[in-house]
Write a protein that binds this ligand. Structure first.
Ligand code: GLA
Length: 390
C-alpha cells in the first residue's frame, strides 16, 4: 500500500496550497482465477481483487479545470473539465479523461474542477488491469467528491463503456467489475450476461496464489483480442442454424455445443468456440470443488484452462507456456495458468507455502533459460474493491 504522507507531499509539490481538502481513494488490480475469454461471450468469470492497484489523491478546485498528474510519469497538465476530447499524446491521461467525459454524458454535473494525483502500483502492461483500476478509482472518487451516489456495479459498467468508446479498447466487463466489487479474501463468481454475482470466500489454507509476471509486454494484444471476439461472433452465427435465439456463446450448454459443433464450418472458429463453452463449464465445476474444499481438483481445472487457452484459443505464447511448464514441475504446485488476455502478462499458480521459495528460484531460472527474460513473483493476497481511505 502506498505511503499517503509521501503522496500528499507530492500532491502539494505539483498542485501547491495546503493538504486541507485532499481525499484519498484506492482501487485494486485484479487476478482472474479461472474463466478466461468468457466475459464478452456472456459466460462466467471468477476473478479476485488484489491488495495493490491505484491510489488517487483528489482535491476540489475553485475554477473548472481538471488537473492530471501521476507519480509514475513526469508530465502533468490542466485542461478544461468540459469538453473532454481524446488525444493520443495524452497517453495514460486518456483513461481518467474518458471517465470524466462518460460521467458528464450521463448527466453528472460538476460545479468545480478537481486536481488529481494518481499513484499506480501495478506493473505496466502486466495484465493485472491497471487501466480498469485507474478508471474505477476516478469514477468512484469524482462521484463521491461531487456528492453523487456510488453504485459499484454502475461504476464498472460506465468504466467499461469509457474504455470501449473513449479509449477504443474492446474489453469485456470482468476487469472493471472485479476492481469495483472485489472483497477481501473473496473471489467473485460473475455471470457476465446478467451481471448477477456472488462473493465466494476463497480460503486456500496452506496453499497460496502466486502471480508470475513474464515481463513480456503484451504486444499486438488488441488486434488479436478483437480477432478472437469476431471468431466467437462467427461461431454464434453458425450455431444459429440449430439455436436461432442464441446471441452469445455463453448461452449454449456444453451438451448442446457438443451435439452441434459440426455446424461451425471453419475449424479455427470451432476451436475458439469449444474453448469458450468448456471454459464456462470449468468455472462452474471450480465453484463445486472449492465448496467441497478440494483444492487439488481446482488446481487441475486451472491446468485445463491454460491448456485450452494454449491449444484451442491460442492466446498463450512462448513466455506464458514456459512459465506455466516450469511452475507445474515444482513439487507442491496444484495448478498453474495464464491470467488475463494472454500474449504475455502474468500467470497464477496455486503453491504450497513451503514450496514458495523453491518455486520462485526454479521457475525464475528455467523461465530465464527458456526466454532470456527475468520474471517477477508476487504472493497474492485478495483485497477489497474500490474504497475511500480514511
Ligand atoms: C482482458 C479483458 C477482459 C477479459 C480478459 C480475458 O483482461 O479486459 O475483459 O476479456 O482479457 O478473459
Amino acid at each position: 500500500m502506498a505511503n499517503i504522507h509521501e503522496l500528499t507531499q507530492r500532491f502539494l509539490q505539483v498542485y501547491g496550497e495546503s493538504s486541507e481538502g485532499i481525499s484519498v481513494f484506492h482501487a485494486p488490480g485484479r487476478v482472474n482465477l479461472i474463466g478466461e475469454h468468457t466475459d464478452y461471450n456472456g459466460g462466467y468469470v471468477f476473478p479476485a481483487a488484489l491488495t495493490f492497484g491505484t491510489t488517487l489523491l483528489i482535491r476540489k478546485r475553485s475554477d473548472d479545470l481538471l488537473g492530471l498528474a501521476s507519480t509514475n510519469f513526469s508530465e502533468h497538465k490542466h485542461l478544461p473539465i468540459q469538453p473532454i476530447v481524446y488525444d493520443e499524446a495524452d497517453d495514460w491521461m486518456n483513461y481518467p479523461k474518458g471517465i470524466v467525459n462518460e460521467l458528464q454524458q450521463r448527466g453528472r454535473k460538476f460545479e468545480s474542477g478537481f486536481d488529481l494525483l494518481f499513484h499506480g502500483e501495478i506493473p505496466n502492461g502486466s495484465g493485472l488491469s491497471s487501466s480498469a483500476s485507474i478508471e474505477v478509482v476516478t469514477a468512484y472518487a469524482l462521484l463521491t467528491m461531487a456528492g453523487y451516489e456510488t453504485d459499484t456495479v454502475d461504476i464498472a459498467l460506465l468504466s467499461q463503456k469509457s474504455e470501449n468508446e473513449f479509449n477504443g479498447v474492446q474489453c469485456g466487463i470482468m476487469d472493471q467489475f472485479a476492481v469495483a466489487n472485489g472483497k477481501k479474501d473473496h473471489a467473485i463468481l460473475l455471470m457476465c450476461d446478467t451481471l448477477e454475482y456472488e462473493l465466494i470466500p476463497f480460503d486456500s489454507g496452506s496453499y497460496k496464489l502466486v502471480i508470475g509476471n513474464t515481463n513480456k509486454r503484451r504486444g499486438l494484444v488488441d488486434s488479436k483480442y478483437n480477432e478472437r471476439r469476431s471468431q466467437c461472433e462467427q461461431a454464434v452465427q453458425d450455431l444459429k442454424a440449430a439455436f436461432p435465439d442464441v446471441a452469445l456463446l455463453g448461452q449454449i450448454s456444453l451438451e448442446d455445443f457438443n451435439a452441434n459443433q459440426h455446424l461451425i464450418k471453419d475449424e479455427t472458429v470451432r476451436k475458439r468456440a469449444q474453448h469458450v463453452v468448456e471454459e464456462i463449464d470449468r468455472v462452474v465445476r471450480s465453484i463445486a470443488v472449492l465448496r467441497a474444499n478440494d483444492l487439488a481438483a481446482f488446481g487441475e481445472l486451472m491446468n485445463g484452462s491454460h491448456d485450452s487457452l494454449r491449444d484451442l484459443y491460442e492466446v498463450t505464447g512462448e513466455e506464458l507456456d514456459a512459465m506455466v511448464d516450469a511452475a507445474r514441475a515444482v513439487p507442491g504446485v496444484l495448478g498453474s495458468r495464464m491470467t488475463g488476455a494472454g500474449f504475455g502478462g502474468c500467470t497464477v499458480s496455486l503453491v504450497h507455502e513451503d514450496s514458495i521459495e523453491r518455486f520462485k528460484e526454479e521457475v525464475g531460472r528455467k523461465y530465464k533459460e527458456a526466454t532470456g527474460l527475468t520474471a517477477d513473483f508476487y504472493v497474492c493476497k485478495i483485497g477489497n474493491g474500490v474504497e475511500q481511505l480514511s
